[in-house]
Design a protein around this ligand. Structure first.
Ligand code: AMP
Ligand code: MG
Length: 350
């Protein structure tokens, strides 16, 4: 029997996270044992449907604990929930924050520094101006963006002890790496429970623990950004995060133009880097998520330069507007090219 708990998102409304988890706990069936079926939980958090599956005796406890942890992070980091740490920080310009918040801010700052600010958590006022926070999409005027520009500067986020402070008028959002941080925590909790085989899927973020129970690697699909019914490719992985940032994940149309949700901090407009999607494969989910956003903003050439020179251990799959799929050598054997309308190029380590 398949053990699954379902949470539906009624009419597209946000479900308060605590409620979502309560519903999930009530709906999870405690059946099964160490048999061949996974224990699966689903929840809605971080504006995303999430699905966590684990195998083995500890599966149920592990899935419940990981789901609770994700809900806790979501409650801390929601930009819209008046009880969240980030809401307080954005409202008052300064707030005492938890160690996890200090950690994710420091993590984001290091990736921002390495990518010339392509990732920048202070880009949030621009994200809000485009309506991506509330789903009330709009194209902001030149003047409005010009006023926001001085607020976008990750270097102006200061930490003193457990207090974080922003420049006046600035605001932050961890949307570019929170899911990766959460999937990393979920994988750690699985391992702490002794789970040797599991997979968490948080929207475009997939993180695997071990291999499938039959010993074969997990197979993660890479969405074709221009055809929702098709995969660009599939990737065999184990103990890795596979995170994609893509134009198709959140966007709106206005005046015949498509505007997606990944904002270039240097223009405060949807990044126009020549990429349709950037997928990062790394052991650490937070790194994979931070880099997926940053490399999308950087575009193919700069992403390749970063891959060669950063000293970070990761692989990537870039899908370009010109129909190319560019992958790095480390995953060449694990990648199956499914959409052969696209050409495949492999970046080799010299
Ligand atoms: P991701 O899907 O991981 O690429 O993250 C995109 C989300 O992060 C958006 O929905 C925004 O909330 C936020 N965001 C957009 N652009 C950036 C950026 N350049 N740096 C940091 N956060 C961003
Ligand atoms: Mg990201």
């Amino acid at each position: 029997m398949r053990r699954t708990a379902h949470i539906r998102r009624p009419g597209g409304l946000r479900i308060p996270t605590a409620l979502a988890v309560a519903v999930m706990s009530a709906a999870l069936c405690g059946c099964g044992g160490a048999g061949g079926e996974p224990y699966t939980g689903e929840l809605f958090a971080m504006d995303t449907f999430m699905r966590l599956s684990a195998y083995g005796q500890a599966a149920e406890d592990a899935v419940r604990a990981a789901s609770d942890e994700i809900a806790r992070l979501d409650a801390m980091w929601s930009v819209t929930d008046a009880d969240s740490e980030i809401y307080a920080l954005n409202s008052f310009g300064s707030a005492a924050v938890s160690p996890e918040t200090l950690e994710i801010i420091a993590y984001a700052a290091s990736v921002s520094g390495e990518t010339g600010g392509a990732l920048d958590i202070t880009v949030y006022p621009a994200v809000r101006a485009w309506g991506f926070t509330t789903d009330e999409y709009r194209v902001p005027g030149e003047g409005e963006l010009r006023e926001i520009a001085p607020l976008v500067n990750y270097r102006a986020v200061k930490t003193d002890g457990n207090t974080t402070a922003l420049a006046p008028g600035a605001a932050v959002d961890f949307g570019a790496l929170a899911k990766g941080y959460a999937s990393q925590r979920a994988a750690e909790i699985f391992r702490e429970h002794g789970v040797e085989s599991g997979i968490v899927s948080l929207g475009g973020n997939v993180q695997t623990v071990g291999r499938k129970p039959d010993g074969s690697p997990w197979n993660v699909a890479i969405q074709d950004p221009e055809d929702s019914g098709r995969y660009a490719g599939t990737l065999k992985t184990q103990d890795a995060a596979v995170v994609t940032s893509g134009v198709y994940q959140r966007y709106f149309e206005s005046g015949g133009k498509l505007y997606h949700h990944i904002i270039d901090p240097s223009t405060l407009r949807p990044a126009d880097s020549g990429l349709l999607s950037a997928t990062v494969v790394a052991e650490n989910g937070a790194l994979a998520d931070a880099l997926s956003t940053a490399l999308f903003v950087l575009g193919r050439e700069s992403a390749e330069t970063y891959w060669r020179n950063s000293g970070r251990d990761f692989d990537m799959i870039l899908i370009t507007e010109t129909g190319e799929v560019v992958i790095t050598e480390g995953i060449a054997d694990a990648y199956t090219h499914e959409n052969t309308d696209r050409t495949l190029a492999v970046l080799a380590v010299p």
